[in-house]
Design a protein. Sequence first.
Length: 353
Amino acid sequence: MTSKTFLVTGGAGFIGSAVVRELIDNTSHTVINVDKLTYAGNLESLVNVQDNSRYHFVQADICDAEKMAQVFAHFNPDVVMHLAAESHVDRSIDGPADFIQTNILGTYTLLEAARTYWSALSTEQKSQFRFHHISTDEVYGDLHGTDDLFTETTPYSPSSPYSASKASSDHLVRAWQRTFGLPTLVTNCSNNYGPYHFPEKLIPLVIINALEGKPLPVYGDGQQVRDWLFVEDHARALIKVATEGKVGETYNIGGHNEQTNLHVVESICDLIDEFLPIEHSRRDLITFVKDRPGHDVRYAIDASKIARELGWEPQETFASGLRKTVIWYLENRQWWQRVRDGSYAGERLGVHS
């Protein structure tokens, strides 16, 4: 494969850092990581690649049009992988303005910078350029009461400020392809989990609380269903779409692992009990709390299109991926402890309706 230059926005975040590590460790591509370094950006997630000659970091806000133009002009990317986003539903309930700013206006600013850059390329370079926008299955809404799966043609019906802002950004990307001819692709993924996951999300929060003997909060009755996707599987899928996907297409990426939230929490307890046994089961720490406002009950992805057209399948089952994740948190206490001591102490978010 011809080596390309990838501009990855949000490359210090959870999924973005997995993409950067995959590109540096397992391809010959060059990576330009553009990240604002908000609370969720963590350069410690990239220590293993930071000294590689093919890796470059730029601290910048995607809402800064002048800076984005400079990045494009200086690095001449062949592929943009746009992951920079405010991504936590609970935070979007407490403060939706940041989600509108970053996810909608930021995506618009990046699209315009990409369009200006792309318009000046040669015909051959234009044909090779790709703008890959990474989104979420939450834009599709709630599958509660059905056995259906989200497909690439499922109508949008977002429930939270977060998912509404991501739906808006998806529409912008498709409009820039249809109106201006910018060669774009969109992917919508299910819930990710794995190493380097910011501790406000369910799986790392439960792992860390269980290790510290703290209550394990479960929203409502814990019967909400999510399709869980190991982050390294997702990174491989994203690179495959960026390099082999068809312009203008959407690809859903899922793990084929539907689990209730309660089962996820119980599975984590059982794994930690296996690795660090104590007198009582850590399941005793499970605490049911008031549900999140507007909480969707079920998400589930039909990932048959990406399997059929691009040959991607997840390598991890939920059991194997969760085991790897728990082991990583056991072996990397310094990473998550610094997050706990700095930007997030484990407090409940999203309680305002």
